[in-house]
Design a protein around this ligand. Structure first.
Ligand code: E4P
Length: 244
């Protein structure tokens, strides 16, 4: 049966999987910060739990960034890991130009390209040049499949925005995981638009390779009343034992 499915795939897609860069799949779940704020990035990097950062044009605008190249270089210096930098262009030639410029800024830059026809075409070209790509604005399993086929190293499915319109965003992660596993795609599932702790846990359970979290969501992971209460009691018991 698998053979039939594989053959079907080769018939439909022409058989080429050229452009996929990753040859190994990481077994660890990675935590990214979804922000362009340097203070937030430095704070989480200091905790020793930061694997990467994702930005988008809205997050860059929120920080009032004017020196885009300088800002990305600084983020890369702090993070020393994946830094997604999104193109603004929406035409093929424009995406290529901007993507190449972004990729030259630092070896940690991953060029983020929206899932549009011109974007998919540009992904194929840039991936062929060895540039690492994160395909963003993924809202369906079929989009993720095409992005992987084009050679994206990462796909960014947006959970929260699907939940916002009454869908079950987590279903998208399950479906993409299953499809990538069916065919051995090494494209990583970078779960995005995460709004709260439940999203983080659900994505990890669904097998997302990476979760990108806003600063407040990361900080929310530290909150548990029983931890606070438990620590208070430990310290009180210790203090009491010292008095006696
Ligand atoms: C990250 O890659 C996305 O741009 C981001 O997670 C979108 O999040 P939002 O839906 O909260 O804006």
């Amino acid at each position: 049966m698998i053979g039939v499915i594989q053959s079907l795939r080769f018939f439909i897609w022409g058989g080429s999987i050229a452009g996929i860069h990753r040859t190994t799949s990481p077994n660890s779940h990675e935590v990214f910060l979804d922000t362009a704020s340097l203070s937030e990035i430095r704070e989480v990097a200091d905790l020793g739990i930061l694997d990467g950062v994702t930005t988008n044009p809205s997050l860059m605008a929120k920080e009032g960034v004017t020196d885009v190249a300088g800002h990305y270089r600084t983020i890369c210096d702090v993070v020393q890991g994946h830094v997604s930098a999104e193109v603004i262009a929406t035409d093929y030639e424009g995406i290529l130009k901007e993507g190449r410029e972004l990729a030259k800024l630092d070896p940690h830059i991953v060029v983020k390209i929206p899932f549009i026809k011109e974007g998919v075409k540009a992904i194929h070209t840039l991936a062929g040049e060895g540039i690492s790509i994160n395909c963003t604005l993924i809202f369906s399993p079929a989009q993720a499949l095409i992005a992987a086929k084009a050679g994206a190293d990462y796909v960014s499915p947006f959970l929260g925005r699907l939940d916002d319109i009454g869908h079950e965003g987590i279903e998208l992660i399950h479906s993409i995981r299953e499809i990538f596993d069916n065919y051995g795609y090494h494209t990583e599932v970078l779960a995005a638009s995460l709004r709260h702790t439940r999203h983080v846990v659900d994505c990890a359970e669904a097998g997302a390779d990476i979760g990108t979290l806003p600063h407040k969501v990361i900080m929310g992971l530290f909150n548990h009343p029983l931890t606070d209460k438990g620590l208070e009691k430990f310290l009180a018991d210790h203090a009491a034992s010292q008095k006696s």
